[in-house]
Design a protein around this ligand. Structure first.
Ligand code: GLN
Length: 247
């Protein structure tokens, strides 16, 4: 057998028989853990607001909980293919995504902002035209640049990587969701954030045609909003992610 074929078989086997595979009695969350405070790595563990929401859904369904992190542009494909049950990664509800997945009720109202150097202040959207703009690949910040500004952004794997490019002078501005943006500029005296340039809402995404699962997620979201758990997670994980940044 050719070496490459053997490697491919080994990779598939490893995928099927290791922790990556979904266990039947568990609810598997797929996320992208570079997005504090919604999801970030606490050592090896994936922690954050979205993780708690998905854990609460698993508890409601009496299932074990599993979580895995992949690049953001692989998060939605993972629920479409059935590799995972819940996609939660600060995912904005968009008309385009609605064609491929079902969204839960929203759990946060938010939006994207411009991160800029104080030595090169951001004033308005027109100023972004023709400039090198860093974004995380596959996000609404990317579509803002391609669809509204009609230009190509510089794509990174995470908001932090995009901000590193800004600091190094490889891009002139970065666009990212407000909370990870705040985390990125924390302790960076020369960086600042604009006001919102869009209005967005986060929700959990699942493979289409699962009304029972959707109902369980929506009930969970309503409960954690009402009993104050969501507000507490937002406060606690924001504080924890800020501290990780200080280290
Ligand atoms: N909210 C943005 C989006 O859905 C970014 C999400 C993320 O990078 N995790 O595209």
């Amino acid at each position: 057998m050719k070496k490459l074929t053997m490697l491919a078989i080994a990779a598939v086997a490893a995928y099927m028989f290791t922790g990556c595979a979904k266990q039947d009695d568990s609810l598997k969350m797929i996320t992208e853990a570079t997005f504090p405070p919604y999801e970030f790595l606490r050592g090896q563990e994936i922690a954050g607001i979205d993780v708690e929401i998905c854990k609460a859904v698993a508890a409601k369904l009496g299932k074990k909980f599993q979580a895995e992190t992949v690049d953001f542009d692989s998060v939605i494909p993972a629920v479409i293919s059935g590799k995972a049950d819940l996609a939660a990664a600060g995912i904005t509800i968009t008309e385009d995504r609605k064609k491929n997945v079902d969204f839960s009720d929203p759990y946060v109202k938010t939006g994207i902002v411009v991160i800029y150097k104080k030595s090169n202040p951001f004033k308005d959207k027109d100023q972004l035209k023709g400039k090198k703009i860093g974004v995380q690949a596959g996000t609404t910040s990317e579509t803002f640049v391609t669809d509204q500004l009609k230009q190509e952004p510089e794509r990174s794997k995470s908001p932090a990587e995009a901000v590193a490019a800004l600091k190094a002078g490889r891009v002139e501005f970065v666009i990212a969701d407000i909370d990870p943006a705040k985390n990125c500029v924390k302790g960076e005296a020369d960086l600042a954030l604009s006001d919102f340039i869009t209005s967005e809402e986060y929700a959990v995404a699942i493979r289409k045609g699962q009304p029972e699962l959707l109902k369980a997620i929506n009930e969970t979201i309503a409960e954690v909003k009402k009993d104050g758990r969501l507000a507490k997670w937002i406060a606690d994980f924001t504080a924890e992610a800020d501290k990780l940044k200080d280290k």
